[in-house]
Design a protein around this ligand. Sequence first.
Ligand SMILES: [Zn+2]
Length: 171
Amino acid sequence: MEFPSCPSCNKDFVRRAHRQGPAEVLFSLFYLYPFRCQLCTQRFLALQWGYRYKRYTPDRREYLRIPVRVHAAFLGEESRGEGTAADISMRGCALATDTRPAQGEVLRLKLDLQNGRPETIEVEAAVVRNVVGRQYGLEFLRIHSREKEQLGKIIEHHLHSRPMQQARLVS
Ligand SMILES: [Zn+2]
């Protein structure tokens, strides 16, 4: 089932949100579900007629960041450049670059990772969440399932090849 587009910014970087209060629990019986836009953070209800959501249980890889530094290339609406990515998880990474993407800009991102052999992971959409000097905090909004699977394997590989305490938990 396709998620609805955001009524505020019209983009389709939308995820299901948790139901809040008894009214929303009741609405969900009638297929009216809450969503949150990952870009502008607008929360809204939308009808998904006939669709029941499964309870989502994230695996632990999604919350772990691997302490590696890799080459990264990015292309945005306003900027393009290269840099170094670090603290990579399945949900985002830190990017150091001299080119300056704007806060809120959506980037296509390529990460040159290693999994025994070189492996480039492409993130279809990553948003610049915060900027500190030349350090950019990126959150992955969309990543193709095949690439996500590869990234999961690489994170798994690092978990097994390094002491656990080096992989820090993301809160
Ligand atoms: Zn939006």
